[in-house]
Design a protein around this ligand. Structure first.
Ligand code: AMP
Ligand code: MG
Length: 350
């Protein structure tokens, strides 16, 4: 039985937080809201607890988990050193959606790190998350609270759909502010590298530590990604996702043609378009992702809309690509993964 409770982030009920912390301290699993997406939390220092996360999600064991802390003492207990560049980034972006790699101490088991000698850690800014971690007085392992391969959950309803009956408790804390996962960065080498694009942009990081690059594997499919999770198909609804990239006017034409063709084959078609182009689509179930000039809006809508595709039992999802800069890089990374490689180039602009 999964216990589902509501906590108002503006008026946090401390007694409920304590109740949830007891579940974690007893090595149970509690889903909690963060500013990025919902996290599936468990005691990061217990293999029994961590194993429950992998089982609940059906997550491959080589895909390591992010550990969440609420203060620096908790970080000191699990990592060997805090490099200077990490300290600079933590000062600027913590609490918030930036996850950093550190050399792990032995107290963090191979189960969490998938056998790697580094551990990924972040301090969330969500007040409910911080209070829960504080009450547990433990670092919490907390991957996104979805069944592996599905879009990350940005509302409690999404979590309940995936994990009701598979976890001990779910805290409904309302909608997540960003709706996009944290950025994962490795500052342990000479050149800091973004392993997973996310809510904090490369541009914002570059203002703080100058040199930072994306993992080349993000662009070249032939390279092996340094973040094991990046190699999996992910964020995918049941229907087939096609991602259209290139010149917007050509994208519109191509999507309209494909829609007509699929409808002709009696397929249910969903279109994920941007606000600027939404009126140009002729058939299908049309959804507005948000404005091209406001990627934050698109990022907060994206996972909800990918999940809508399942609710509507869409066979085909045709998605409009956006510019790959700033937050657009993370959005396109998720769409590329959701498409499983069904990417259509339209015109020159790619
Ligand atoms: P999620 O838990 O769903 O937010 O995904 C966490 C992401 O962080 C996955 O892509 C993991 O592969 C990545 N990650 C976690 N720990 C490490 C690590 N030690 N080294 C590289 N990537 C990591
Ligand atoms: Mg995830």
């Amino acid at each position: 039985m999964t216990k589902i409770i509501k906590i108002d982030k503006e008026n946090i009920d401390e007694a409920l937080i304590i109740e949830m912390s007891h579940i974690i301290k007893n090595n149970g699993t509690v889903v909690f809201p963060t500013e990025t997406v919902y996290g599936l939390g468990a005691n990061a220092l217990s293999d029994v607890a961590v194993a429950k996360i992998f089982a609940a999600k059906g997550r491959p064991s080589d895909n390591p988990l992010i550990v969440h802390v609420s203060n620096i003492e908790q970080l000191d207990k699990i990592v060997e050193i805090i490099p200077v560049k990490a300290k600079i980034l933590m000062d600027k972006f913590w609490p918030g959606p930036l996850t950093l790699l550190f050399k792990k101490k032995a107290i963090i088991s191979d189960l969490i790190t998938g056998g790697l000698d580094t551990v990924a850690v972040r301090m969330p800014s969500s007040r409910i998350a911080l209070k829960l971690i504080e009450a547990c007085d433990l670092p919490l392992a907390g991957p996104s609270a979805n069944i592996s391969g599905k879009p990350s959950p940005t509302t409690a309803e999404h979590v309940i759909k995936d994990l009701d009956g598979r976890v001990d408790a779910i805290i409904d804390g309302g909608d997540c502010e960003f709706g996009m996962e944290s950025t994962v960065i490795d500052v342990l080498n000479e050149t800091p590298m973004i392993l997973r694009p996310g809510s904090i942009t490369l541009e914002a990081i570059a203002q703080t530590i100058n040199t930072v690059i994306y993992d080349p594997a993000m662009i070249h499919d032939t390279l092996i990604a340094k973040s094991p999770g990046q190699k999996y198909i992910h964020y995918a609804p049941k229907g087939e996702v096609y991602l259209y990239i290139g010149v917007p006017s050509d994208i519109i034409d191509a999507i309209n043609q494909a829609t007509a063709r699929f409808i002709n084959e009696s397929k249910k078609v969903m279109i994920l378009g941007t606000e600027e182009n939404i009126m140009a689509y002729k058939e299908g179930i049309i959804f507005n992702l948000g404005s091209r000039t406001n990627p934050m809006e698109i990022s907060s809508n994206l996972f909800s809309m990918l999940r809508k595709a399942d609710e509507l039992k869409a066979d085909i999802i045709l998605a409009e690509g956006i510019d790959e800069e700033g937050l657009g890089v993370a959005i396109m990374n998720r769409l590329r993964k959701a498409s499983g490689g069904r990417i259509i180039n339209c015109g020159e602009l790619i």
